[in-house]
Design a protein around this ligand. Structure first.
Ligand SMILES: Cc1cc2nc3c(=O)[nH]c(=O)nc-3n(C[C@H](O)[C@H](O)[C@H](O)COP(=O)(O)O)c2cc1C
Length: 336
């Protein structure tokens, strides 16, 4: 039944501009799930319990960052079967992001190219929304920097967001891998990542003392990262006791997609990202000590694809583009 409804919705929705469709459909779904009807539609969470990041997850499948940047749709996204959700990316100040159009559907490839550039209402707005929400599953908060903040000052933006999120998040993600904020990925390598992690972890350790609670911290990396940079990040994760890693964000590699889309600016997600993302996941799991949590994301659009990420060593999984093309039925089929 769900599937028939989704196929019908998709036929109509896929005629429209992707960003407009997202911005119209989600408030409607949120309204429905917030109403009495929400109790009827609520999907019982399929139990595949796991403890990661010192958090008890009902199941290991989560919604990836970017789908609900501002925590505006928590009633909907927390009640479709996910074991956890990640909101954001959030920046200290609200910002509009890059010029539109900036989301493109690649129907044949079952992929998306997005060039959003952290459009969001700012960390304060999202924190307020989360505070007011009676959560039934863990909520991760994904943080980044404002577009106008120079890379040398980026740590200040992350520190600001970390302070704001610490008490309220179940875990916090440092997104240093979006391809849509100029220069952001420089934070992943060399001296930049060293200084960045050192300063963020200094604050993180202080906040732990202040709040007498540990909010786990994870780093989200790009699928385009070099093997050398992976090694550098894993060394830092171990030495500074960061809790985990998310592999991966979207790719700038467009070699595998239809010629007509190759010149589009932005990050590619969905099926064409799957192999590349898995290669990074495999390398990370090979090097990472087993007490750390590895979250696998990128191109999961079937139970087999999710299983493969677990087989490669992922402890938790996330999806985004698969949900757009396959609908919420994908959540149940993966978990079953
Ligand atoms: C439209 C769109 C917006 C996204 N925005 C963010 C974001 O704000 N922060 C982030 O860390 N990842 C963002 N992502 C990346 C996803 O979280 C995920 O890492 C990536 O899409 C790979 O997973 P998928 O193939 O299942 O989509 C975005 C992805 C898409 C498609």
């Amino acid at each position: 039944m769900d599937d028939i409804f989704f196929q019908l919705y998709k036929k109509i929705a896929f005629l429209g501009d992707p960003e407009k469709v997202h911005d119209i459909s989600l408030p409607i779904l949120e309204f429905i799930y917030k109403s009495y009807l929400g109790k009827v539609l609520h999907k019982k969470i399929i139990s595949k319990k796991t403890k990661q990041l010192n958090i008890d997850f009902d199941n290991p499948l989560g919604l990836a960052a970017g789908f609900d940047k501002n925590a505006d749709y928590l009633n909907f996204i927390s009640n479709v079967g996910f074991g956890y959700v990640e909101v954001g990316t959030l920046t200290p100040k609200p910002q509009a992001g890059n010029p539109k159009p900036r989301i493109f559907r690649l129907i044949k490839d079952e992929a998306i190219i997005n060039h959003l550039g952290f459009n969001n209402k700012g960390i304060d707005y999202a924190i307020n929304k989360i505070k007011k929400f009676n959560r039934n599953i863990p909520i991760g908060i994904n943080i980044g920097k404002n577009a106008y903040t120079q890379i040398k000052d980026a740590f200040r933006d992350y520190e600001y967001c970390l302070r704001k999120s610490y008490a309220i998040a179940d875990y916090i993600t440092l997104n240093i891998s979006s391809p849509n904020t100029k220069g952001l990925r420089q934070l992943q390598s060399g001296q930049n990542i060293n200084e960045f992690i050192r300063s963020i972890k200094g604050l993180h350790d202080n906040l732990k003392k202040v709040y007498k609670k540990h909010t786990p911290l994870v780093i989200k990396i790009a699928p385009d990262i070099s093997i050398e940079d992976i090694g550098g990040i894993i060394d830092l994760i171990n030495s500074y006791d960061v809790d985990g890693i998310i592999c991966t964000n979207t790719t700038i590699d467009k070699s595998s997609i239809d010629e007509s889309y190759k010149n589009l600016q932005g990050g590619l997600s969905g099926r064409p990202l799957y192999k590349q993302s898995n290669n990074i996941l495999k390398e990370v799991c090979r090097q990472m000590s087993k007490d750390k949590t590895v979250i696998g994301v990128g191109g999961v659009d079937s139970p087999q694809a999710a299983k493969e990420k677990i087989n490669l060593g992922a402890n938790l999984i996330q999806i985004y583009t698969g949900l757009v093309f396959k609908g919420p039925g994908l959540i149940e089929s993966i978990l079953r």
